[in-house]
Design a protein around this ligand. Sequence first.
Ligand code: GLN
Length: 524
Amino acid sequence: MSSSSDDHLPSTSLFRAFAKKGTVERAVLLDCFLASGILEDDPRGGALFKAIRKAGEEIDAESFQMLQNVSPALFEQVLTGQLAIPRFSEFRQEVELIFERVSHNHDGQLANYIPQLERVDPDKLAASVCSVDGQRFSLGDSEDFFCVQSCSKPITYCLALEDQGEEVLHQYVGTEPSGKTFNELTLNAKGLPHNPMINAGAIMCGALIKRGADASDRFDYVMSKWKECAGNMKIGFDNAVYLSERQTADRNFALAYFMREKKAYPPDVNLLDILEFYFQCCSIETTTKAMAVIAATLANGGNCPLTGAQVFRPDHVKNCLSLMSSCGMYDFSGEFAFRIGIPAKSGVSGAIMLVVPNVAGLAVWSPRLDELGNSVRGVDFCRQLASRFKFHTFDSTTGLTDDRLDPRRNLYESRLSGINAFCWAAAEGDVAEMRRLVARGINPDVGDYDGRTALHLAACEGRVAAVRYLIELGVNLNSVDRWGNTPLDDASREAQSKDSHKPIIAMLSEHGAKQKNTVRSASN
Ligand code: GLN
């Protein structure tokens, strides 16, 4: 059984080639990495890919060993399929289908509060994925730069947390969704910004990063952190957007003054400085390719999957993801958390950054927005993603009850672990555990590889309560295992030496269970 699931690993053809002719083609080895999502520009694989390219067309065992020694950890992960998304090509194909469907959606309008955003090609569409093991792919215009706008807010918040710590920082900014638009002129009952994911909160967080340092040093610091999160990919800055933001900033000025009037700031804050810093953060430029790595760094507890750099503390990332979940999508946040359930942050440039904790980071960019300021195709992409994959934060409670995919697990592994657990619980007579597994969607009729069902095991082990529960559930009483035995056969065999099985025989017979000879003759 395990060999059939391994068939889907990119390394299978490599092992077959070795077994057959003692060598493997270089192309097969390269493909093994690429199909796993480990790309040639991966900082972990630089020396390895160079060495593979240098190796001959056919790689023998000795050169294979040499190559393995260049990057032993990466080699092992790829060859054994021990990556966050084991069947990466299949995952990619599913996402490609979603991307294609979304591309036909032409609804929405470009942001028009600054000319720079109004001039963007509205048909642009890009999506990128990076798993927490650095498996990547990108679709569409994924090399195009766009300004991050409000997608800067989670990073600004993490930086402020690193600087001030949770306790101090949250004396200046709340953690509640505002239920209002991102730039609404409103503060909470304490006169503080509702949360760090809306303008007032981001302006406040910016004020708390490297207080007292020069504006230029503060900006350099932020840029270097963005780059670090993105595994050292290029991060840009759009000066025209920055100038435009500054010119049309009445609302943000109003917010900043409102906070000053409420005495919300720490002492010695220069209002113009902190606003400029905020506009600069909105004007940082990136690609979906880099943004997916940034999202993956958050998905990986602040550790960049491509470089291993610990950019943020895991507890700070946890705080950030909590706020992205509740406040990341403007006043669509509640609906998004309910329907899609993936921590996300959107920006008015049409970008959405998605974080599936411990699995992957994703970025989508499409400039046309809905009336709330979220990318229309971006939200559509997220919806479809959540209806195809078990990525909702609370999908963990639904277990196997639906047939959406869980790319983090091998198909057989997830199916079998449930069946195994159910059979074990039946064999132990643990009815409470059986009930829990049924509630999570386990089919109580499914047997293991040998066709041994929970009822076989419960009958065989003399578990009266478990047998009663399975009868109540209405399971098939006459399923046969690979040796042709029914549960009643098992109970009868054991009853020859143990009295404890007699009530089980009575119960099964009363409900129509048969022994194998009768089952066979009935079906003949
Ligand atoms: N830069 C814009 C502002 O501050 C928009 C930020 C956003 O993406 N919502 O108003």
